[in-house]
Design a protein around this ligand. Sequence first.
Ligand SMILES: Nc1ncnc2c1ncn2[C@@H]1O[C@H](COP(=O)(O)OP(=O)(O)O)[C@@H](O)[C@H]1O
Ligand SMILES: [Mg+2]
Length: 254
Amino acid sequence: MNVATMKREAISAATEADPSNAFFAVRDIHAYYGESYIVQGVTLDVKKGEILALLGRNGAGKTSTLRTIARMDDPQLRSGEIWLEGKPLHTMKSWQASRAGIQLVPEDRRIIPGMTVEENLVLAQVAPGHGMSIEELYQHFPRLAERRRQEAVTMSGGEQQMLAVARALAREVKLLLLDEPYEGLAPVIVKEIETIVHGIKERGITTIIVEQNAVAALRLADRAVILDTGELVFAGAAKELLESEELRNEYLAI
Ligand SMILES: Nc1ncnc2c1ncn2[C@@H]1O[C@H](COP(=O)(O)OP(=O)(O)O)[C@@H](O)[C@H]1O
Ligand SMILES: [Mg+2]
């Protein structure tokens, strides 16, 4: 058996035989931007309440994988299956996936200008499928409570990131997708967001976190997968990756 086959077997050993029975399952998805073939057969499972770190070098296809899961128009899913609690996301549009409980917090955060923090949160609750109440959100995000009347785009990057996460939690969320939540943030803010994500996990919310800051993501995660040019090359315990310099050197160059 060659190394590539062994890796593939190790990756598939971590997945449920019947994906419609899994909490969340991705099976051999292939997605394209026009003719550019980017997501090249990703398979993974996430258990309820778990935090999965999705890692890999810049350009590996992490954002594209999250966008495919959230059923955005781009990249276009051409084959494969995506299941959330028995619901076939692969047959859905992004608004249907969102109603089914997939909430993507994109890298650029998309905070609405001209609105206060609280107005941003209230607006998120207009869509069907309520999540946490504004008061519950303020308990998880005390900084946002302090700044509830401030125009949201005038806050620091870290505070805007907290708002982006809080806004996703104002919707009904079963699976939270975080795309580089720590980008550009000071270590003290990263720690604060880590604490918040831990608090969310305790409420039973399941998360996939994509991060360039692999060490911070691994501190938080239960399990990790590594993408390389649109394919999974590693699946295992977060701790295993955190403790193995060899693995990190090989796949993450850190
Ligand atoms: N809108 C797009 N159109 C065409 N190619 C894209 C588009 N967005 C990303 N890509 C390409 O897809 C590959 C994966 O990108 P991406 O998913 O953003 O990687 P990562 O998030 O891991 O850095 C890259 O080669 C990138 O150039
Ligand atoms: Mg990206």
